[in-house]
Design a protein around this ligand. Structure first.
Ligand SMILES: Nc1ncnc2c1ncn2[C@@H]1O[C@H](COP(=O)(O)OP(=O)(O)OP(=O)(O)O)[C@@H](O)[C@H]1O
Ligand SMILES: [Mg+2]
Length: 457
């Protein structure tokens, strides 16, 4: 009897202790929840308290009137209204982000969410400057980007790690496609009288609305994509930049004959859909390159430098696949070998190669040639595999998949250039009239330079 009552007593004590512990945990969760809720609306609370303070300071009905007037003034002045709306919006985005990181399993709970240091609005959605907490990594965020996108009801979330700080990342929350139904964007340098190919060339605009410009010296560019994606239009912009630099020699290989025809007045030499012509052009380019190396050796230089008076050479090849699949096997082989040599050795000699093709697969473009192109532009493709063939293995599954570009979006593509990952961008467009005008202007400038005796080899 004694034993039974003492056992009951111990059991009661235990369940009371468990209940106390449960209540303590529940209270803790409640307090943390309240503190977090108050923290997430701290800005709104601060505004409310400031207004209440103003009302108390003045007192009575007059106090309420002063507070109402203060709110009215802030909203009446466009600058302060925009500032306040942007601030409140940024706080809203921060709250949504914090909830999403908890729900997506990135953060273990409130106050463990990766911090947002700034929020900026861009044409595609929002860019968040994020810093992860101790014990978290930017890789965790990237791995959960699909979950984050679903929680944020966004089209996509892209995470770009800061190069200098492993704890920081730029997170692009894509809410809308900025390239949908957009009118062609004219090239900003279309009216320029002269450009230098040593400077970055504006190619287009990215999803953040920022200009994408690339330095082409010491680079080679491969452009791929389905028919009508905008490859020749992208090549045209590069040729226009080279044409407007009177110190740059332009060499054109045009498998369709008509695509680059308007640039003939500024070209050193043009080859159409004829294998022998193409070989002759490439042999000449290789000769120029070999002469250049001899010249560099004589000058004690290792590579062409800006200001040393040696012109750059831009070799553009549209419809690369055409030349690599001509019926004559000997021409195919020599073409591939010559182009590979020019791409491989041209860098230090100031020779830049830009090539475009519908199918850059290994069955058409030998891997030994394709892999030498440092910059890649993947325009709309039919499959993620085709996109990977252009950009490199694995990018499609990492979110840079040119097969997700809608068919109607001409000129849109993923550019893999200086950055760590491909940038989705829309290229500038030169109308036929623009091309003719630039070509004529550039040809006249070249003629003037030639007459003035300022032409180098
Ligand atoms: N950046 C751009 N902005 C707007 N429209 C564009 C852009 N680029 C191309 N287009 C449109 O798409 C059409 C096809 O472009 P383009 O001839 O460059 O395609 P392509 O990829 O070279 O095709 P193909 O493989 O058949 O040669 C152009 O005539 C133009 O109307
Ligand atoms: Mg084309």
């Amino acid at each position: 009897m004694w034993r039974r009552s003492s056992v009951v007593h111990v059991v009661d004590e235990l369940s009371r202790a468990q209940r106390r512990e449960r209540h303590r945990v529940e209270l803790e969760v409640l307090l943390v929840g309240l503190a977090w809720a108050a923290w997430s609306v701290r800005l709104e609370l601060a505004f409310l308290l400031a207004l209440l303070g103003l009302q108390r300071l003045v007192g009575g009905i007059a106090g309420w009137i002063v507070a109402a007037v203060a709110v009215g003034v802030v909203f009446a002045i466009p600058m302060s209204r925009r500032w306040l709306v942007a601030l409140l919006r940024a706080m809203h985005v921060r709250r949504a982000w914090a909830r999403a990181t908890i729900d997506a399993g990135v953060a273990a709970g409130p106050f463990r969410c990766p911090g947002v240091w700034s929020v900026s609005r861009v044409p595609a959605g929002d860019v968040l400057d994020v810093r992860v907490r101790r014990g978290q990594s930017v890789g965790d965020l990237d791995a959960r980007r699909e979950h984050l996108a679903a929680c944020l009801r966004a089209r996509e979330v892209r995470v770009l790690r800061d190069r200098g700080d492993a704890a920081r990342a730029s997170v692009l929350v894509i809410k809308r496609d900025p390239f949908e139904d957009a009118a062609p964007m004219s090239w900003p340098a279309a009216t320029a009288n002269a450009l230098s190919l040593w400077e970055p060339i504006p190619l287009g605009v990215d999803e953040r609305g920022e200009q994408v410009a690339v330095e082409l010296v010491e680079r080679n560019v491969l452009i791929g994509g389905e028919p009508g994606a905008g490859k020749s239009a992208a090549l045209s912009v590069v040729i226009a930049a080279a044409a407007l630099d009177p110190d740059t020699r332009v060499w054109l290989l045009d498998g369709k004959l008509v695509e680059l025809a308007a640039w003939a007045p500024v070209a050193q030499r043009v080859a159409g859909p004829n294998g022998e012509d193409a070989l002759a052009l490439l042999r000449e380019v290789r000769g120029v390159m070999d002469d250049r190396y001899r010249e560099l050796l004589a000058n004690g230089q290792r590579k062409v430098r800006r200001g040393d008076g040696l012109p750059l050479h831009l070799v553009v090849c549209d419809e690369l696949a055409f030349y690599l699949t001509v019926p004559e096997k000997a021409i195919q082989k020599e073409f591939a070998e010559l182009l590979r040599d020019v791409v491989a050795r041209g860098r230090a000699a100031g020779v830049i190669v830009c090539a475009a093709t519908q199918k850059p697969g290994a069955d058409v473009v030998p891997s030994a040639l394709r892999d030498l192109f440092g910059f890649r532009l993947a325009m709309r493709c039919t499959t993620p595999q085709a996109s990977d063939t252009i950009l490199g293995q694995g990018w499609a599954s990492a979110g840079a998949d040119a097969s997700d570009i809608p068919g109607a979006q001409r000129g849109v593509g993923y550019l893999l250039a200086e950055g760590d990952r491909p940038t989705r961008m829309r290229g500038y467009y030169l109308s036929d009239d623009d091309v003719v005008a630039i070509s004529e202007r550039a040809a006249a400038a070249r003629a003037d330079k030639w007459l003035a005796g300022g032409v180098g080899a």
